[in-house]
Design a protein around this ligand. Structure first.
Ligand code: 5GP
Ligand code: MN
Length: 334
């Protein structure tokens, strides 16, 4: 997945500068935060200064423990001796409000999104990787060797969050389990990691789930469930009670459901609507998101639109209907 040439490309890039801003996408998830933390450690071991930057917001419950490592203030560095490494993201605009401040630095991208532009010269982009953390682990091992305990725990956490604790992996994932095994041998603890990711939720977050279940709308022959989190609901529960991971799990297990669409307002900019897609099996929701300027993976994708929730819903469903028509003869149906 990561070859000698990739490592050469990366080490050559790193050798040109002394300072690095390391940044992932806005609204970071576990994979985004953990891959950047591990990269900062790698850069330090290569004798470089690393600054961890994130635009936030830190909303997902399991990400709060990592918030202290990040700043949203981009340091003002010597442009001749500094560069940016972007992880778990390929588009500058997805860095959120830190994008402008990092735009002028040379950059290297490490990402695994299906919709990423793989033609970037300074990049390692592997859509087949289940997590950016997996790519960072391979890079780290090739440059440093055995992963130290603190970084093994971080990389394992990121791998678990993006792979749904290995549930999204298929029969070609032997090398990923081997890599996970190395992390566990270095001190990562699967039971404890699962505990951190899936427990400690506020009771209100269960009520939020109840509210969302009551808003399910079945569309396209009941193959798509659409849920809108209206402004009043978002205000009532607060963004920290929005346990979307559990919501998607509970909806995708319904017989005949192929995809879920969840639409809400942006937590910081109410004029923007944020939409998330999840799907099962062969249904590629990243293609729907990409048609509207978003992107992601085959089974998990998203997009932001500068319009109301209602308008976003109508625009997205208008695009989605063709995909559901096409999908009529999909292997899922037979
Ligand atoms: P989520 O629904 O968790 O926000 O996002 C699902 C997946 O789609 C994540 O991998 C996320 O990075 C990606 N994603 C979400 N929104 C966008 C977007 O606007 N553009 C792109 N390229 N990817 C997105
Ligand atoms: Mn990721």
């Amino acid at each position: 997945m990561v070859c000698e040439n990739d490592i050469k490309k990366f080490t050559n890039f790193v050798s040109c500068y002394n300072n690095f801003i390391i940044v992932g996408h806005k609204g970071p998830d576990g994979d985004c935060l953990c891959s950047t933390i591990a990269l900062a450690d790698l850069l330090n071991r290569m004798g470089k200064q690393a600054f961890l930057v994130s635009a936030g917001p830190f909303v997902k419950e399991e990400t709060l423990i990592f918030e202290k490592h990040f700043t949203s203030e981009v340091p003002d560095l010597d442009k001749n001796d500094s560069a940016v490494i972007i992880a778990d993201c390929s588009e500058l605009h997805r860095l959120g409000n830190v994008a402008d401040s990092v735009a002028d630095y040379p950059r290297f991208i490490i990402d695994h999104h299906k919709t990423a532009d793989a033609s970037e010269d300074f990049s390692i982009i592997r859509p087949k990787s289940p997590a950016t953390c997996f790519l960072v682990q391979l890079i780290y091992e090739k440059i440093v060797g055995k992963i130290p305990e603190n970084i093994a725990k971080v990389l394992f956490f990121g791998l678990c969050t993006d792979s749904g604790f290995f549930r999204y992996l298929e029969d070609d994932s032997g090398p990923i389990f081997e890599a996970a095994s190395r992390l566990v041998q270095s001190g990562a603890n699967p039971k404890r990691t699962y505990g951190i990711i899936s427990s400690g939720k506020p009771a209100e977050s269960r009520k939020w789930l109840g509210e969302m279940f009551s808003r399910m709308e079945f569309l396209f022959d009941d193959k798509l469930i659409c849920i809108c989190e209206e402004e009043d609901v978002a205000k009532r529960f607060g963004s920290n009670n929005r346990d979307t991971a559990t919501l998607y799990d509970q909806l995708l297990c319904i017989k005949g459901v192929e995809a879920v669409l969840f639409i809400r307002q942006d937590d910081r900019e109410p004029s923007i609507s944020v939409s998330s897609f999840r799907s099962v099996e062969h249904f590629d929701v990243s293609a729907i998101a990409a048609e509207l300027g978003g992107g992601g993976h085959k089974n998990a994708a998203g997009l932001s639109l500068n319009c109301t929730i209602e308008e976003a819903k109508s625009r997205i469903l208008n695009v989605a209907k063709d995909f559901f028509d096409k999908n009529r003869n999909s292997p899922l149906k037979s």
